[in-house]
Design a protein around this ligand. Sequence first.
Ligand SMILES: NC(=O)c1ccc[n+]([C@@H]2O[C@H](COP(=O)([O-])OP(=O)(O)OC[C@H]3O[C@@H](n4cnc5c(N)ncnc54)[C@H](O)[C@@H]3O)[C@@H](O)[C@H]2O)c1
Length: 229
Amino acid sequence: MARLPEYLRALHNLADSGDDTVSSEGLAAAAGVNSAKLRKDLSHLGSYGTRGVGYDVALLIEQIEYVLGLTQCRAVALVGIGNLGHALAGYAGFASRGFRIAALFDADPARVGEEISGLTVRHIDELPTIAAEESIAIGVIATPAAAAQTVADQLVAVGVTSILNFAPCVLTVPEGVDMRKVDLAIELQILSFHEHRKAALTALPGGLVGGAEETDGRAGRAGVEAVGS
Ligand SMILES: NC(=O)c1ccc[n+]([C@@H]2O[C@H](COP(=O)([O-])OP(=O)(O)OC[C@H]3O[C@@H](n4cnc5c(N)ncnc54)[C@H](O)[C@@H]3O)[C@@H](O)[C@H]2O)c1
């Protein structure tokens, strides 16, 4: 499932470039996966492509969008319109991926009333009314961590069952509510771990390249790939 959005992004790029068909190798390279995995993934959707022709780009877009539930545009409420909230609210890329930022909320009276990309920031107290009016399907939390649980509870109380949390904290939600977390600091920490490991390998007698040459010519390289996988 996590790879389908990657395929979809690659397919949209191909469609934008005027490509009607794509080989499994071409799509795999564009999506950054190996082609055997891609063929297996797409076979689960009932899509096998045509020998010598490849996959029909428009048809595959349709199939993946159907599986991901993207055939309808979902309304998103963004809560916390500070630095991150402003950037998200002004990002034009959501609409083309099937999401409509339908409402912006903040608790700070100084922020309420501000216009961003044609939407007015509303007070969080207005959430129940606006969530019903706009049929909000997904809530995005971009508040400080200390406020995030309260905001999650407010979103759940108005019937939102999917939440994307940018605040660096763990949130508790009832069963039936899907929660995803985005934390760039964690991603950086993971990269830092890899840097640390690479530095340690380089410091070995002979270093990465020397190590590879001294053994079977692949060991040093394999060590790096194992760390990165
Ligand atoms: N996930 C990431 O990769 C990532 C990256 C940067 C920042 N962050 C996190 O995103 C959050 C926002 O960061 P920022 O730099 O935009 O902060 P910010 O202080 O600029 O903005 C936070 C906003 O939330 C509002 N707010 C506070 N309590 C609220 C409540 N109860 N209801 C509604 N609005 C409320 C504030 O008034 C403010 O406008 C922080 O938790 C930060 O740690 C995450």
